[in-house]
Design a protein around this ligand. Structure first.
Ligand code: PAF
Length: 280
């Protein structure tokens, strides 16, 4: 498995693959890899000859300096995991390589970013949109793999691909969970032992809320009940708990067709902000 740090060397490698008409799969990551990322590598390997994983903690998508500073960086371990998973090559550029000049372009995703993560983290999706566009232009993948855990990111990238006519297929893969239900996330390693022990409440409340909605309980009542449950768990500070349409991300007043509804949550557990969702 080759590890490229410069755009030029990665492009040279990929030019050869493109000449040989080999399908390329891209998994953009910020590293600190876990089984969730590896499931994306597996999905790509099943459909492409070449699987490229980018590992880059993108500063322009952080609106919180401490979050950026504390974001885990574990490139050596990541490379071992990727090699074992059969990834073809890793792209691990420096900030200067990826952003030689601060971008002047601003991407505004409109209503897709005025809610949830976009509302809580101003500028986040502009940073994501620009860096993902750069990865698409550098790697020129046939398919790009993203986890459903970042549901809003998936909605934004779906729009990016349509609006900028990127010639690739977006593949969305299911959230991978620990045995106690906690969604795998690079941020989980920042949880203390006590925080880690209670973190699965997030998924538990998501699942019970979903059951209540499917049983016909009113959406407002379900939201209120979830808010009350979090208020009773003093370690958590709930940021949002929303019942939305999967594609538009707008709050819904009644449950739609199977697969079109999502409950999305963001909560602080101590200093660590966790997100999760269920689609149904
Ligand atoms: O989901 C992530 O890890 C990041 O937002 C991404 C897509 C790699 C862009 O930096």
């Amino acid at each position: 498995m080759e590890v490229f740090t410069s755009v030029k060397s990665l492009r040279n490698f990929l030019d050869q693959q493109i000449l040989q008409q080999k399908p390329i799969g891209l998994i953009p990551t910020m590293g600190a890899l876990h089984e969730g990322h590896i499931s994306l590598i597996e999905a790509s390997k099943a459909e492409n000859d070449i699987t490229i994983c980018s590992v880059f903690v993108n500063p322009t998508q952080f609106n919180n300096a401490e979050d950026l500073l504390k974001y885990p960086r574990t490139l050596e371990e990541d490379c071992v995991m990727l090699e074992n998973a059969g990834c073809s090559a890793v792209f691990a550029p420096s900030v200067e390589e990826m952003h030689p000049e601060p971008a002047v372009l601003k991407i505004n995703f409109g209503s897709l970013e005025s809610v949830m993560e976009g509302a809580s983290r101003p500028g986040h999706f502009n940073g994501v949109g620009i860096v993902v566009s750069k990865f698409f232009n550098i790697v020129r993948p046939h398919r790009a793999y993203f986890g459903q855990k970042d549901l809003q990111q998936v909605a934004v990238i779906r729009r990016l691909i349509i609006d900028l006519a990127f010639d690739l297929k977006l593949v969305v893969c299911p959230t991978i969970r620990e045995t106690d239900g906690l969604a795998m996330s690079s941020r989980n390693r920042r949880l203390s032992e006590d925080e880690r022990a209670i973190a699965p409440h997030i998924y538990r409340i998501l699942v019970s809320s979903k059951s209540d909605l499917l049983a016909g309980k009113a959406i407002n009542a379900v939201i209120q009940s979830a808010q009350e449950q979090f208020a009773g768990l003093k370690e958590f500070t709930l940021d949002y708990f929303e019942v939305v349409d999967v594609k538009t991300l707008m709050s819904i007043e009644s449950i739609g067709a199977v697969g079109s509804n999502a409950i999305c949550i963001a909560a602080f557990l101590g200093p660590v902000r966790l997100i999760d969702n269920v689609v149904f």
